[in-house]
Design a protein around this ligand. Structure first.
Ligand SMILES: Nc1ncnc2c1ncn2[C@@H]1O[C@H](COP(=O)(O)OP(=O)(O)OP(=O)(O)O)[C@@H](O)[C@H]1O
Length: 551
């Protein structure tokens, strides 16, 4: 479809008809949340298609976004189901209907939710044995297999690696024929990954069209936010449902598609088209100052539309800070409270690296699951918190629900004491000595490693949890969020330190889109820290609208 034919909405408060399929292009800070809340209210008050059992499904990308919307829609929560695509598919398609599949590879009675899958050592050994692939290192193999995703090619469901090299270890490719064996290994325990939920949902909807009719009857409206990061299988599920009876709305921004490593494909948003899909644009940016929007527009170029500040909000010039990271931190923290530092990759090690480093994998898993449990409890998701606490102590056969709850209570009450201490202290002082956990971390490279990481830093490595109150985030973690003062930082080996994404922006490159997302998180002040910058680049930055300060 031709975007020049899209209708530009005057503001995010503009009302549009409720009974139609539509696609909304909305840039950063467009106020999609307000738009969604208004539109849902419009449907609730004007539609004749809702009833006690016929609701609006509002699908968002993260649990944080789900909670934000739930709070804002508190008055009409009986008419709306707000969830992520995975929980929507699990709750309404997989859990109630998986039994209809004639060939289902998973013991139905054992299924209990969906989670991030981590293979046990015995399962890795078993995988190598049954697939005859003894050449691989156990932990590297487990890490690689966890990247497998479900996709659809020529109408067929297939397992694949998002990047070809993801399945290559020491010059050997993991055998394609073994991909499904990996799934079957943990499926046999009744476990489902988030991605498997989509696989089973797609199968149910395509193999049993009766279910499709039920879902359409239950949800006459489906609204999906952040659709630029949808994957082929997600898009197919939505398209199948939206073919008739259900009105589908997809909302997104071509320039903020940043999840190709999870199988997202921006062209699915660009090309999404159901029956008579009406297109709209919101071009206002209510988050950032005009000075920041100018930089964003320079990057956006002629991708689709340019943004403007509806209130003409003025602020300081965005600034390039040239100097060592430590000096920049001292400088900024001296001027502003709550500066948020954003980087492409974690400036600290990822959890997978932790697992690879600690030869005592029971210990590293325990730390991981306990941290995850605590974070879920902090976000008041007690059922996930309990589930992960039990995972953490799965080697202790006496550790039941009661112990999970007691341990959670104990750790939450001590939270302020350990959130900023090292993992070593957290493990030695808060886990050892309780529920049969023995053996302090006392020496060696692993001690140095755990000494160098705080509990909060570890939490930033864990997917699925909200990362409030942490000042260092990856750009991916910051998606959908906003901060008064943002400083973008680069790791020492980053290829982007030459600021190519500003000098020659190309929104067809995902790296450039990731930096676009980073810049667009800033409300009032935007800084970029580089350790060095040649004079000609400095001049270019000034032309783009930056101030340059050498520290
Ligand atoms: N009509 C409005 N008037 C004033 N401020 C608004 C209005 N609508 C939204 N805002 C504010 O604009 C900011 C951006 O809104 P929101 O976070 O919903 O943007 P978004 O479209 O989700 O952006 P992104 O895609 O970058 O996450 C928020 O601070 C919000 O409170």
């Amino acid at each position: 479809m031709d975007i020049t034919l899209a209708e530009v909405l005057e503001s995010n408060n503009t009302k549009i008809p409720v009974d139609q399929n539509f696609k909304l292009y909305a840039g950063p800070g467009a106020g999609k949340t307000t738009f969604l809340v208004n539109h849902i209210n419009e449907i609730v008050h004007n539609s004749t298609r809702l009833s006690k059992n016929r609701k609006i499904a509002c699908i968002t990308y993260t649990n944080t976004a789900v909670n934000t919307l739930k709070n804002k829609l508190a008055g009409c929560d009986e008419s709306v189901e707000i969830c992520t695509i995975h929980s929507f598919c699990y709750r309404y398609i997989v859990k109630p209907f998986i039994w209809v599949l004639s060939n289902c590879e998973i013991p139905i009675d054992k299924i209990n939710g969906h989670e991030e899958i981590k293979l046990r050592q015995s399962q890795i050994t078993e995988f190598k044995r049954i697939t005859n692939q003894f050449q691989f290192d156990d932990k590297l193999l487990a890490k690689a297999l966890s990247k497998l995703i479900w996709s659809i090619e020529d109408g067929k469901l297939i397992l694949k690696f998002p990047k070809i090299n993801d399945g290559k270890l020491d010059n050997y490719n993991i055998k394609k024929t073994s991909y499904l064996e990996y799934k079957k290994l943990y499926w046999s325990d009744g476990k489902l990954s988030h991605d498997d939920v989509l696989y089973f949902a797609y199968r149910i909807l395509t193999e049993k069209t009766e279910v499709l009719r039920v879902i359409r009857a239950m949800f006459p409206y489906i609204l999906i936010d952040e659709f630029q990061d949808t994957s082929p299988i997600q898009a197919e599920i939505i398209k199948i449902i939206g073919k008739i009876d259900t009105y589908v709305a997809v909302i997104g921004d071509l320039c903020q598609s940043i999840y190709s490593f999870q199988g997202a494909n921006v062209s699915l948003f660009k090309e999404f088209n159901l029956n008579e899909t009406k297109e709209y644009i919101i071009s206002g940016n209510r988050r950032s100052t005009e000075q920041i929007i100018n930089v964003l527009n320079k990057m956006r170029g002629n991708t689709d539309f340019q943004q403007f500040s509806p209130n003409g909000t003025q602020g300081e010039k965005p600034t390039i800070l040239i100097g060592a990271a430590k000096d920049v931190e001292i400088y900024l923290n001296g001027l502003y409270s709550d500066v948020v530092y954003l980087s492409y990759k974690n400036t600290i090690e990822t959890f997978d690296d932790i697992i690879l480093k600690d030869s005592n994998s029971d210990r590293s898993w325990m730390i991981y699951y306990v941290a995850q449990s605590i974070e879920f409890a902090k976000n008041l998701d007690m059922s996930s918190a309990m589930k992960y606490m039990k995972q953490a102590y799965r080697k202790n056969s006496n550790f039941d629900d009661k112990f999970s709850l007691m341990n959670l209570k104990r750790l939450i009450s001590k939270y302020p004491t350990f959130e900023n201490t090292s993992i070593t202290s957290f493990y030695n002082d808060f886990l050892v000595g309780h529920y049969d956990v023995k053996g302090k971390i006392s020496r060696g490279a692993i001690k140095d490693f755990y000494d160098s990481m705080t509990f909060n830093q570890l939490v930033t490595q864990i997917n699925n949890v909200d990362k409030n109150s942490i000042n260092y985030k990856t750009i991916h973690q910051s998606k959908g969020d906003e901060f008064e003062t943002v400083c973008i930082i680069f790791s020492s080996e980053s290829k982007e330190k030459n600021l190519e994404f500003l000098i020659n922006p190309d929104m067809n490159q995902e790296t450039h889109r990731v930096y676009y997302v980073a810049l667009s998180r800033a409300m009032k002040r935007l800084f970029i820290n580089v350790d060095n910058l040649e004079t000609d680049l400095e001049n270019k930055m000034i032309q783009i609208g930056f101030e340059v300060i050498r520290l």
